[in-house]
Ligand binder design. Structure first.
Ligand code: AMP
Ligand code: ZN
Length: 674
């Protein structure tokens, strides 16, 4: 094979693998092999500049520099879309389309194609004889910037089309950045000390205008096409357009659908409104199009947008506002959380005044200054977060510097090696920690004390009646009744709730005492593994980390909790009050149910139990031992070498039998449950 032939061969091969990898998600060779082929091709092309081809896969690596982007007309205008924000507006649009089609054709039905509205930058790809001629940004819809070299680096844009394509036409699509790639780029930038980008959309459209196409190639942009334009095109419907684009070698996410009526359209919208955060890329709405292209032609366009399409927009989940101040909250474990106070702004239908800043690292990473204009985002969480700073360098105020002392008790803050959070170490006297601990203890998922709420806890602490969780069990009716807003009935409820809480199982107590990093799940694991607070308090670091799900951070936290004397005192006092500090009780209740009220015969020999052990176990599990089989027997526990006569009798009377292995499995199930 001559080098010329090898070049042709490699170009073809690489294009095929590119399609398999980026469009079909079915790579056939390893990334390494792919790179080797590409490197070889680059080398050969360097040796043979006379064989340069602007459609060679090597152009995807980029490297050309554009100083000024040339301006060019779109052969066919790029329209924008009319927006709707409510089902009423949607219905108005739908009826108008339906009426116009009925008047023209007498048909009573129209089909609507529903698609995701990708949030990126629109692009017009002009293909001549199947080859990508130029790529033009939307611009003002009549003309835009020619960014062909940059678009050629986008792996999901075929340089040459496959299949049976029209000779000359335009393909319209959205250039987007997947969320994961956006995060990767931002992480890289923040590691390099560069400012992070605001959102995938801006980053995608910014990338199209980078001068160095090599830089564009490094960002894994994606192109998702949604329309075609041109003369005498063979397509009949919008759905057929999408399917054809896939056949031409584009990536078309499988999320479009043709709907027969308004209800189906609304279902599609509702479906994606709920799931949009699970998509790998961002969408800002749903695009609805009258499916039949001849109907589209009938409907035509206004001066700005086609009448046959509508963008149903989701409420914006991000906004720009101003940072007014940063306040610091002290949690029950002493953790300090910085909270941004914002100029009120409308976000996803609610007025937002605060945003979470998580910790000092987050503030530093953003490089936050007071008075900054900031970009806030909701993104599936309840409390919005600040994603980026929008202010330019010149207009910026003083840097936000993290506090060094507890805002509540003035104690110098500390930070545990390797953790991002700062803590107020004054666990004993820091007021929000005192209140927070008790409030946590009484909460639903912990001791669930009826008749006592957070407000009352705060009041009782302020009045000096309680200071630590064990004080709850010392409360007296006389001292409560004299308090503000405390009627006889509420005093009774409160005391009864406190007293009843003594029956809560160990897991709840363990969660309730509020060991840092021990949430409900971890509490469950610890209770199961150790069975009692005494065992747990004696566990070593190694004992703890040996358990699945328990890492060094939790282990350290458990150890330091038990090392503190006040905590030991609390546990001692609570024990004296009769709270549950072992799992056993719960266990017994459950085990009792297994053989509750049953008459049981034991027969044969067992490898892991003596007969007397077995009989004792049956009683513990609520059963009654009987010696001979009769119609009143509920169960036969059968070991090896059971007498054949006994067996026959049991079978004749249809008495259920349990082997030793069955029994052990049942016991194991029980202990897994508790
Ligand atoms: P807007 O920019 O809000 O007026 O919305 C119109 C833009 O939405 C178009 O110019 C396209 O770039 C973009 N878009 C995203 N997804 C689609 C889609 N599936 N169909 C049509 N346009 C889309
Ligand atoms: Zn404090």
């Amino acid at each position: 094979m001559t080098e010329r032939e090898e070049i042709q061969e490699l170009r073809k091969e690489i294009q095929i693998h590119n399609h398999k990898y980026y469009i079909l998600d079915q790579p056939e060779i390893s990334d390494y092999e792919f790179d080797l082929k590409l490197k070889r091709l680059e080398e050969l092309e360097r040796l043979h500049p006379e064989l340069y081809d602007e459609y060679s896969p090597t152009v995807r690596v980029g490297g050309s520099v554009t100083k000024n982007f040339e301006n060019k007309n779109h052969p066919n205008r790029m329209y924008s879309l009319d927006n709707a924000y409510s089902y009423e507006e949607l219905e108005t649009w739908y009826r108008r389309c339906l009426n116009a089609i009925r008047d023209e054709t007498g048909r009573e039905q129209i089909e609507i194609s529903c698609e995701l509205k990708y949030d990126g930058a629109s692009i017009n790809l002009i293909y001549e004889n199947g080859k990508l001629g130029s790529a033009i940004t939307r611009g003002d819809g009549f003309q835009g910037d020619v960014v062909t070299a940059n678009i050629k680096t986008v792996r999901t844009v075929p340089l040459e089309l496959r299949g049976d394509f029209p000779a000359s036409f335009e393909i319209r699509g959205e250039v987007i950045l997947e969320k994961s790639e956006f995060e990767r780029i931002n992480n890289e930038r923040s590691n390099l000390g560069l400012a992070t980008y605001m959102n995938p959309r801006n980053t995608a459209s910014g990338s199209l205008k980078l001068q160095d196409s090599g830089e564009v190639a490094k960002r894994k942009l994606t192109c998702l096409p949604y329309a075609v334009a041109g003369e005498n095109l063979p397509f009949k419907t919008q759905i057929e357009v999408l399917e054809s684009l896939a056949a031409f070698g584009f990536k078309i996410p499988d999320h479009y659908r043709s709907c027969k009526n308004l209800n189906e359209v609304q279902d599609f919208i509702a479906y994606w409104a709920e799931r949009k955060n699970n998509l790998p890329f961002e969408i800002d709405g749903i695009v609805l199009k009258v499916n039949a292209l001849e109907d589209q032609e009938l409907l035509g366009a206004t001066s700005k947008s086609p009448r046959w399409a509508l963008a149903y927009k989701f409420e914006s989940e991000n906004a720009i506002t101003r940072l007014v101040d940063v306040v610091y909250q002290v949690g029950r474990t002493g953790a300090i959380t910085p909270v941004a106070q914002l100029e009120p702004v409308l976000l996803a239908g609610t007025i937002v005044k605060r945003a979470s800043l998580h910790n000092k690292d987050q503030i530093d990473k953003l490089g936050l200054c007071f008075n900054d204009r900031v970009y806030v985002e909701k993104g599936g969480e309840i409390i919005p977060k600040i994603v980026a700073v929008v202010s330019s360098e010149s207009e910026r105020d003083e840097r936000v510097s993290f506090i060094e002392h507890c805002p509540e008790c003035e104690t110098p803050l500390s930070r545990i090696e390797g953790e991002a959070q700062h803590y107020c170490p004054n666990t004993e006297c820091c007021p929000p920690q005192i209140k927070g601990r008790i409030q946590h203890f009484i909460s639903r998922n912990a001791m669930d004390i009826d008749g006592l709420g957070s407000e009352t806890v705060s009041q009782l602490v302020d009045e000096g009646l309680i200071n630590r969780i064990e004080d709850l069990y010392q409360l007296k009716a006389e001292e409560l009744i004299v308090l503000d807003r405390m009627a006889q009935k509420s005093v009774e409820n409160l005391l009864e709730g406190v007293s009843k809480s003594k029956n809560q199982p160990f897991v709840k107590v363990l969660f309730g005492i509020g060991i840092r990093h021990v949430g409900q799940t971890v509490a469950k694991t610890l209770a199961k593994e150790f069975g009692s607070i005494d065992q747990l308090s004696q566990a070593t670091f190694d004992d703890l980390v040996a358990i699945n799900e328990i890492g060094p951070r939790i282990a350290e936290s458990v150890l330091s909790f038990f090392a503190l004397e006040p905590n030991q005192i609390t546990i001692e006092r609570l024990k004296q009050e009769g709270l549950n500090f072992e799992v056993i009780q719960n266990d017994q209740v459950q085990k009792k149910q297994l053989f509750e009220g049953k008459s049981i015969v034991v027969s044969g020999v067992f490898s892991n139990f003596s007969r007397s052990e077995l009989k004792q176990l049956i009683e513990e599990l609520g059963g009654k031992n009987v010696s001979s089989i009769s119609s009143k027997t509920d169960l036969l526990i059968a070991g090896d070498q059971m007498g054949p006569a006994k067996k026959k009798k049991a079978e004749a009377l249809n008495i259920p039998m349990l082997s030793e292995i069955d029994l052990e499995n049942k016991l194991k199930e029980l202990s897994d449950q508790s």
